[in-house]
Design a binder for this molecule. Structure first.
Ligand code: ZN
Ligand code: MN
Length: 495
């Protein structure tokens, strides 16, 4: 089992890195909270208006489980290939903190008789063209705490604001084994997990704070550090990279890494010590006396299994088969549901999967990455994207112009026809217009003209200059033709 790792150690002096993740996913497609009827679309709303006596934890109130939340959790469990126990329980996790009005969180537990909604399971990622299985410890249902806002930063703020609109929102906590070996693997894992969850239709990961991640990281033999408050997948990678360097440096200096909880400061790009890690027994877990155990019948599980939509791995295989695109491209396209949907919606409008895929892979994704946004955060619609491609087909714009048009579509949020009109990207096919540019270039580069008279190869330089002058809009065939005619004429004269 350890052979790959040992080999790695023989050829490099890298220490073995152990990373485990704890992800909290809000099941945002639920209409109501986990234990009360409060609505879940609290984002952007007045603080403390999406609350009721139950989610505020007022004395005398009793929770009632949202059945749809159990359905969703079972569905995620099946997709992640967890074992779904036929009896599951809620537990109380006790702690005193202003984000938790009851002073305990209704959660689940996998010890002392506790059984969460899903045990084990795994996610397969692809790294350096190799498949790798990341094992899960468990998945469990629990309620989200309220939202705390610190003025400035958590370490310097004089006071804290609390908003209970989020209190009681359904969370699925997903815990991995320490199977991840690098910050990059952690990011690929999270991407895959999000794609699976979005394909299931139980959550929209693009909503602010709907997928939150804590990470445990250690170098084998050293103490484990938990990093909290990581808000995006890119930040996970950055936070882990920072922490890895910090721990390696300590090891090299002979300093023992302290077991503690650290806070990721995204602006400064560093982790800060928050507190030494609490022990599990500090939470005094015990069975929730206000809720009965939930019995899940095999029929219930089968019913959900039969309703399962297509998952990313199957979709990837279908893309390779039906659209004849390379496996790598199909993997990228299905790495997010929004992107896969965009791709297929384009095909419905313009049945050239390979062309669409190439443009997404090469230009679209690069631009989105530069702007640090995802496809569903950009204003580019499949219609606009496809129209841009059709303008190439009809010769209205050149491929080169199209690249600029696409960049402006993404950056300025305008449809392609508007950009083509406003910026004069329209291809120049008029011989008389191109001839004027050719004449100018002949005057500007007399030496190149002489070279071209001796050798046709130098014509390419001249036509390149015409393209530059016309910002790539001159028809290249006509341009070459006109230059060649002019050069031939000069040759005759010289003879
Ligand atoms: Zn409520
Ligand atoms: Mn939790």
């Amino acid at each position: 089992m350890g052979t790959a790792v040992e080999k790695d150690n023989m050829f490099s002096d890298s220490d073995e890195v152990l990373i485990g993740l704890e992800i909290h996913v809000q099941l945002t497609k639920l209409k109501t909270k986990l234990f009360c009827g409060c609505a879940t679309d609290y984002r952007g709303k007045e603080p403390n208006t999406y609350v009721c006596p139950i989610c505020l934890g007022l004395p005398g109130t009793l929770p009632v489980v949202n059945k749809k939340a159990i359905d969703f959790a079972i569905m995620v469990g099946l997709a992640l290939e967890c074992e779904i126990p036929l009896k599951t329980f809620f537990y109380r996790k006790n702690y005193y903190y202003p984000d938790m009005p009851k002073n305990y969180q209704i959660s689940q537990y996998n010890k002392a008789g506790g059984v969460p909604i899903g045990l084990g399971g795994h996610v397969t990622i692809e790294i350096n063209k190799q498949k790798k299985t990341i094992n899960l410890t468990r998945i469990q249902l629990e309620e989200d705490p309220g939202r705390l806002t610190y003025l400035g930063s958590i370490t310097s703020s004089d006071y804290t604001l609390v908003d209970y609109n989020r209190a009681g929102i359904t969370l699925l906590e997903i815990v991995t084994e320490p199977d991840l070996r690098s910050p990059r693997e952690a990011r690929l894992f999270l991407q895959k997990l999000r794609s699976i969850i979005e394909h299931l239709g139980v959550a929209d990961g693009s909503l602010e704070g709907s997928m939150r991640c804590d990470a445990n990281i250690s170098i084998r033999g050293g103490n484990r550090v938990e990093v909290k408050n990581i808000s995006s997948f890119k930040a996970v990678q950055k936070a882990l990279q920072f922490e890895l360097i910090r721990q390696r440096r300590q090891k090299a200096d002979g300093v023992k890494t302290v077991m503690e909880t650290r806070h990721w400061d995204d602006e400064k790009g560093i982790t800060i010590s928050l507190r030494t890690k609490e022990e599990e027994h500090d939470y005094r877990y015990f069975p929730e006396p206000d809720l009965v155990p939930i019995e899940i019948t095999p029929d219930w599980i089968e019913k959900i299994r039969n309703q399962m939509p297509e998952l990313p791995d199957a979709r990837r295989e279908r893309f390779i088969r039906d659209y004849q695109i390379p496996p790598y491209d199909a993997g990228v396209l299905t790495s997010s549901k929004a992107l896969a949907d965009f791709f297929e919606n384009c095909i419905k409008l313009y049945n050239h999967p390979k062309i669409i895929s190439n443009w997404i892979m090469s230009d679209l994704l690069r631009h989105l990455n530069d702007l640090n946004i995802e496809i569903n955060e950009s204003t580019v619609t499949p219609e606009q994207f496809v129209n841009m491609l059709k303008y190439i087909d009809t010769g209205t714009i050149s491929r080169r112009s199209a690249k600029k048009v696409l960049w402006d579509m993404i950056r300025e949020g305008k449809p392609p026809e508007q950009i083509i009109q406003e910026d004069g990207h329209q291809r120049i096919g008029d011989e008389n217009v191109i001839r004027q540019f050719v004449d100018e270039i002949f005057k500007e580069y007399p030496q190149a003209v002489q070279d071209a008279i001796k050798d046709d190869k130098a014509i390419n330089f001249l036509s390149g200059q015409v393209m530059r002058k016309t910002r790539g809009t001159a028809d290249p065939k006509i341009t070459y033709q006109l230059i060649k005619e002019k050069i031939d004429l000069l040759r005759k004269k010289a003879n």
